[in-house]
Design a protein around this ligand. Structure first.
Ligand code: IVH
Length: 669
């Protein structure tokens, strides 16, 4: 392919992808399958890798991320990002209306109502149609430049093409994580023994500040836009601005209404109180805005918030009930979770019977006792939580709750490590829910994908003494399974083929499947890519572990402990014997990693932009190899300052190419 042909192929692919994206997000039409869409994107990424001169800033490939931001740059907002004052009642709403009426004497005015999204505010600048800056609210005056992360939001246009587009404009809105994405993320975290995330809003905020934009892309954030500012064209009303935003391809509030009176506003508010729970995201109220932009100017703003708008916040729905009992659940990692069993009560359209209590500290903080009258609330959280105790209703005989001291499943004395809130059952080898939990984790779709087995099969195999650890799965024979009640020939065969097929599962997923505490899917990928094999990972020191980007103290400690344990060592050996993938194959690496494929490097000296370890990581990530000494076979000596003169001399005499940090980075680009 010539460069010209590549350019045209890139442009055609980009146009196609943009078209499908537009149909999907703006018109809710899926013209092709997700798989076919990903294939197109993949083709584009590969072409752009080969012809980086044609990678445009608005290329759809930007959606998959990849940019690493070390420190987010501070940027000043063109005009301040204010907040809204809140009201909680019809009376307060009427007072707002009176203030508006007073400031606009003798004038007719109307309101525009839309949902108040519970996410994170964002400001986007477009220049000549191109998204050039995305910033967080920060302190309202200056925020963080999170452009690379924002570009991963698929519903956000990277380029706006429309007639009479103003040369520059700013759009503001709310980034959020759809509830379904949040729930799935938490399910994955639960499966890998990680602490659950509190709610979609905090998760969105944390995600937007992640350094690696490819991780942000995986989190599938979304965005609704609610304001447009530009000097380029005259806009008469907020309604007109919203219509323009919609026309330009932005997502706006899925429901809005123009209201002629405060009564109509109230009706709209009441109409959405219940219905909003059917929306794919959390909302916490309705925003009421004076529609005319000229009247908005007349009303003006205080230092904090505009006088032309107000938020009506729905009350968090709560109910009062009785705490009957506490049960303790034992997770795969041995973590004990107390769960409150409640007198069933109706709340936000469902009957609530259980509430989360998190850990012993939470029980102590609430000071709750058996039989207490408690209030439960349902916010963005997965299951309702107890928010308060009505002590006036407490019986004189009630006693403080004694937290469980022994495992409810195997009766082992529980432990709580210094600084940890959670109690653990240390009997990893003998506690049934831990053993079964590890096997369930191992076979799940995101891990070894042995989908011919389920929770019940695991329980049965365990109870029949067939499987005590995941390695035993690979020793199962046809007769072992066929002899069990309910297993016909086909079912038996399916299980055995599922187990056999799992031997082809790539190393990162095998590493995740092992169920090392805090090693979720993404961490497993990072570790696998960095160390290349389980053997290198198993002997990695604490220092080597924390050198890996995104790997902190807690994960490093957990990995060290896992591989120090002789039973785990034996398990890994048995799995190796069984033929599982314990090292990275070239095909495991994403195509973008292949730019340095087959090339060897020696890295020496001190560098300006990256640390030596980061450089080494980049080499490996892009398919290259790091060697420790200079030889005739070496492709490149990557030379920083203070490199030993002997090394340079040797490289020169062997005619090895010596490159600088800049030249190296250019190779990756
Ligand atoms: S208009 C001057 N409209 O609520 C501020 N804000 O406390 C104009 N928000 O940080 C904001 N949904 O991020 C507006 N439909 C909506 C909104 C909305 C959510 C957020 C916004 C702001 C906060 C105000």
């Amino acid at each position: 392919m010539t460069a010209e042909e590549a350019k045209s192929a890139i442009e055609q692919l980009s146009a196609k992808i943009r078209h499908y994206n537009h149909q999907y997000y703006q018109n809710s039409i899926s013209e092709i399958s997700d798989y076919a869409f990903d294939q197109l994107l993949e083709q584009l990424i590969q072409l752009e890798e080969q012809y980086p001169q044609y990678r445009y800033p608005d290329s759809p490939s930007q959606r998959v991320g990849g940019t690493i931001t070390k420190d987010f740059e501070t940027v000043f907002h063109t005009y301040p990002m204010l907040s809204l004052s809140n009201t909680y009642s019809e009376e307060e709403l009427a007072e707002f209306d009176q203030r508006v009426a007073k400031a606009l004497p003798e004038q007719a005015y109307e309101y525009f109502c839309e949902l108040k999204f519970d996410g994170v505010a964002i400001s986007l600048r477009y220049e000549n149609g191109l998204l050039t800056l995305a910033a967080t609210r920060g302190d309202g005056v200056r925020g963080d430049d999170i452009t690379a992360n924002a570009k991963t939001i698929r519903s956000l246009p990277l380029r706006v093409q429309a007639e009479n587009l103003p040369p520059t404009f700013e759009v503001r809105g709310e980034v959020f994580m759809p509830r379904s994405v949040f729930d799935q993320l938490n399910q994955e975290r639960e499966a890998s023994g990680e602490a659950l995330l509190a709610n979609p809003r905090n998760t969105t905020s944390g995600t937007l500040k992640m350094q690696d934009s490819s991780l942000v892309a995986q989190r599938k954030l979304d965005c609704y836009l609610y304001s447009l500012a530009t000097d380029g064209i005259h806009i008469e009303t907020h309604q007109e601005a919203i219509a323009l935003l919609e026309k330009w391809g932005f997502q706006v509030s899925p429901t809005y209404r123009k209201c002629q009176s405060v009564e109509e506003v109230s009706a709209y508010i009441n109409g959405w109180e219940e219905k909003r729970s059917e929306l794919p995201l959390d909302t916490d109220g309705i925003v009421i805005k004076v529609n005319s932009t000229q009247q908005q100017k007349l009303l003006g703003s205080t230092a904090k918030s505009p006088r032309w708008a107000i938020a009506y916040k729905y009350k968090t729905q709560s109910a009062v009930t009785i705490l009957r009992d506490i049960t303790y659940q034992v997770g795969r990692t041995g973590a004990i979770t107390p769960v409150a069993n409640l007198e069933p009560v109706a709340l936000a359209g469902t009957i609530v019977k259980r509430a989360s209590l998190h850990n012993a500290n939470e029980i102590e903080r609430l000071g709750v006792r058996y039989g207490d009258t408690v209030s439960v609330e349902k916010g963005g959280e997965i299951i309702p939580k107890i928010t308060g105790v009505d002590i006036s209703q407490r019986s004189a005989q009630s006693q403080p709750i004694q937290y469980v001291t022994h495992c409810p499943e195997c009766n082992t004395l529980l432990v709580r490590q210094e600084g940890e809130a959670v109690h653990f059952c240390p009997n990893q080898a003998g506690c049934p829910p831990q053993i079964k939990g590890r096997i369930e984790h191992f076979i799940q779709r995101n891990a070894m994908n042995i989908d011919s087995m389920g929770k019940e099969t695991v329980a049965l195999f365990y109870e029949q003494g067939l499987v005590k650890n995941v390695a035993n799965l690979y020793a199962l024979s046809f007769d072992d399974i066929f002899a069990l009640e309910g297993f016909k020939e086909q079912a038996t065969q399916n299980i055995l083929s599922g187990i056999e097929a799992s031997k082809q599962i790539s190393f990162p997923r095998v590493l995740f499947a092992l169920g090392i505490r805090y090693v979720g899917r993404t961490v497993a990928e990072k570790l696998a890519e960095h160390f290349g094999s389980v053997d290198s990972l198993a002997i990695a020191s604490h220092e080597q572990l924390i050198e890996v980007p995104e790997i902190g103290e807690r994960i490093a400690q957990s990995v060290l402990e896992y591989f120090r344990d002789t039973e785990n060592q034996q398990l890994v050996n048995e799995l190796k014997q069984a033929g599982l993938q314990f090292s990275l194959q070239i095909s495991d690496q994403t195509p973008e990693n292949q730019v340095l494929s087959g090339k060897t490097f020696v890295v020496s000296g001190v560098f300006e932009q990256l640390s030596r370890e980061e450089i080494k990581e980049k080499i490996k990530l892009h398919g290259g190899k790091v060697l420790s000494s200079v030889s005739a076979k070496l492709d490149f000596l990557l030379a920083g300052t203070n490199m030993g003169p002997a090394k340079r001399k040797k490289a020169e005499s062997l005619e090895v190419q010596i490159i600088s940090e800049e030249e190296f980075l250019a190779m990756l680009d």
